[in-house]
Design a protein around this ligand. Structure first.
Ligand code: 13P
Length: 251
């Protein structure tokens, strides 16, 4: 009932020329198939050109961040409205933004409100540190990030939000979480928390992705879990072969 979504977070990688070359290969690989949604989140600098390149492709574009402010004297920032000119989605609350740029749950909440106000779909990232997992705190941390990040958010359509569960220790480490543990965590913590906010029906319709060292070799294990609706891919999304290899695992 939930359509798979495979998203690539390019982080701070690819010049515009490199981005165009990668996207040309992805357009060829994805063609017009629509059984899985494919989302690319390149740096802001490539969005305009990639938007033009993707007009007749089903591949979607997302931003990696937006400002919580609407417009004005915020040097270096990009507003939701600006990102919305090119994008359908925006990554928010990524652990790198939380840790390196000190983004709080409150700020992430404001950014989610800004995104929804211009019809950009937030991909809210949540996940625990290794110490939190080892001390049995993972469920509390994730539930808190969801409740604080989504506080007061009116969500008329469950398709207007995506959750990405990315355990921080699995990001870029080559050590992915186990598919079984991830399925249980989504079914036992993430969906019940979403149900507590908007009810069971909505919680069953929101797509929840896994992220953290996903590659073509381990992707199928995740996608075979009924609770996991796709992947948010970092490193492997920088290679057309690897990213297409992950998409193929959903078929
Ligand atoms: P890796 O796939 O490189 O572990 O990165 C995951 C991630 O942070 C995606 O947002």
């Amino acid at each position: 009932m939930r359509k798979p979504l495979i998203a690539g977070n390019w982080k701070m990688n690819k010049t515009e020329a490199e981005a165009i070359s990668l996207v040309r290969k992805l357009i060829q690989g994805v063609k017009s198939q629509t059984s899985v949604d494919v989302l690319l989140c390149p740096p802001f600098t490539s969005l305009s050109q990639l938007h033009k390149l993707l007009v007749s492709s089903p591949i979607l574009l997302g931003a990696q961040n937006i400002s919580e402010q609407k417009a004005g004297a915020y040097t270096g920032e990009i507003s939701a409205e600006m990102a919305g000119e090119f994008c359908s989605h925006v990554l928010l609350g990524h652990s790198e933004r939380r840790a390196i740029f000190h983004e709080s749950d409150e700020l992430i909440n404001q950014k989610i409100q800004s995104a929804l106000s211009v019809d950009l779909i937030p991909v809210l990232c949540v996940g625990e540190l290794l110490e939190e997992r080892e001390s049995g705190e993972a469920a509390n941390v994730i539930s808190r990030q969801l409740q604080a990040g989504l506080k007061g958010i009116h969500l008329p359509d469950p398709e207007k939000l995506v959750i990405a569960y990315e355990p921080i220790w699995a990001i870029g480490s080559g050590k992915s979480a186990s598919a079984d543990d991830t399925g249980s965590l989504i079914g036992g913590v993430i969906r019940p928390t979403l149900a507590g906010i908007w009810g069971d029906d909505t919680s069953q319709k929101i797509r929840v992705l896994y992220g953290g060292s996903v590659n073509p070799g381990n992707a199928r294990g995740f996608f075979s879990q009924s609770e996991i609706d796709g992947a948010l891919v970092g490193g492997a999304s920088l290679s057309a072969d690897k990213f297409l290899g992950i998409i193929e695992q959903t078929f």
